[in-house]
Design a protein around this ligand. Structure first.
Ligand code: PLP
Length: 347
């Protein structure tokens, strides 16, 4: 997943984290009003937190440097040491956070299988541990909306609600990793606050499809956010004139949400083009992530693509991920498919 591509990369479909701040976003950042964020005196950060809390239907929110820190802090506040989180087996908290839940919070994760990065309420019910002193206590259920390694799939509202309902019936905490929640919103037409309604804690990332250089916002009850601030301080995540970066996030919220539909359309046509290549199987994308399963090892294909200035991600022995975003035009996506076609079926 982390092979270094030879530069220069002309078509970068490695991730939606690869976007660069636009001139208009840089302008907004340069003009941002600032204060001391650590004292909650930065007006731009405060505005961002208020906007995101309202967007997600929560009492309060806290600005953090990354989505990873949002997950870690949500877990640290809500899951006591030795207790257990139920999450999908492809979850970001399992794969991509350096073992943070274990190293920082000392908790266990019970991973569930399921198509496209999802499970349902019955799976959760079956995974909740009986209450005896032999078992870890089940404490949290986590869902990823959209499910990254599940193909960028959108959890249907009814499923998200049913999972939360079972969790609540057993006294569990519910957490939504909303790194790409706004992609789910644009793809489904369901409001963010509706997806988040039965989740105690939820966050969105500004460095993915929304195109900002730094920042994520974690939302929840006022009580939760007060505790989250304690961890933010403790982990060195409390900032100073962070309005500069928060302004980039606000700009993303104002200008880059509706346009996610373009990324989704580009992903669909990219998937159609890739599916034409013999030996390539592509799951129809629901959002901006395209997963292609090959009839041969994926790494040499990704290396050959990199030689032609196309960067993609190897997500499995025979699997590639291509991600559409703000800096990937329809023409680049078409060319990407053409490059892969030439590599995979040379004439
Ligand atoms: C990217 C991502 C994260 C982590 O966000 P960072 O801002 O990169 O730390 C967490 N969860 C999912 C599903 C992601 O895709």
């Amino acid at each position: 997943m982390h092979a270094r591509a030879p530069s220069p990369t002309r078509i970068n479909l490695y991730s939606d984290t690869q976007t660069r701040p636009t001139p208009a976003m840089r302008d907004a950042m340069a003009r941002a009003e600032c204060g001391d964020e650590q004292n909650r005196d930065d007006p731009t950060v405060n505005e961002l937190c208020e906007r995101v809390a309202a967007l997600l239907g929560k009492q309060d929110a806290v600005f953090l440097p990354s989505g990873t820190m949002c997950n870690e802090i949500a877990i640290l506040v809500q899951v006591p040491r030795g207790e257990e989180i139920i999450a999908h087996e492809t979850a970001h908290i399992i794969f991509s956070e350096g073992g943070g839940p274990a190293a920082l919070a000392g908790c266990m994760i019970r991973s569930l299988p399921g198509d496209r990065g999802q499970f349902d309420a019955a799976d959760v019910e079956a995974a909740i541990r009986p209450v005896t002193r032999y078992h870890p206590r089940t404490r949290m259920v986590e869902v990823e909306q959209t499910a990254n390694m599940g193909g960028g799939s959108v959890w249907p509202l009814a499923r998200v609600n049913a999972v939360a309902q079972v969790a609540k019936a057993h006294g569990l905490v519910t957490h939504m990793d909303g790194a790409r929640l706004m992609n789910a919103v644009v793809a489904s037409g369901v409001a963010a606050r509706d997806f988040a309604e039965h989740y105690d804690t939820v966050w969105i990332d500004f460095t993915k499809g929304l195109g900002a250089p730094v920042g994520a916002v974690l939302a929840g009850s006022s009580e939760f956010i007060a505790e989250a601030w304690r961890w933010k301080q403790r982990m060195g995540g409390a900032m100073r004139q962070a309005g500069i970066i928060a302004a980039g996030c606000l700009h993303g919220l104002d200008h880059h949400v509706d346009r996610l539909a373009e990324d989704h359309a580009n992903a669909k046509s990219l998937a159609r083009d890739l599916a034409q290549i013999p030996g390539v199987v592509v799951a129809p994308p629901e959002t901006n992530l395209v997963f292609a399963t090959l009839d041969r090892p994926a790494q040499p294909v990704a290396d050959a693509a990199a030689q032609q200035s196309l960067r993609v991600t190897v997500t499995g022995p025979r699997q590639l991920r291509l991600c559409t975003h703000l800096d990937a035009t329809a023409a680049m996506c078409a060319e990407a498919a053409e490059i892969l076609r030439r590599i995979l079926s040379p004439r």
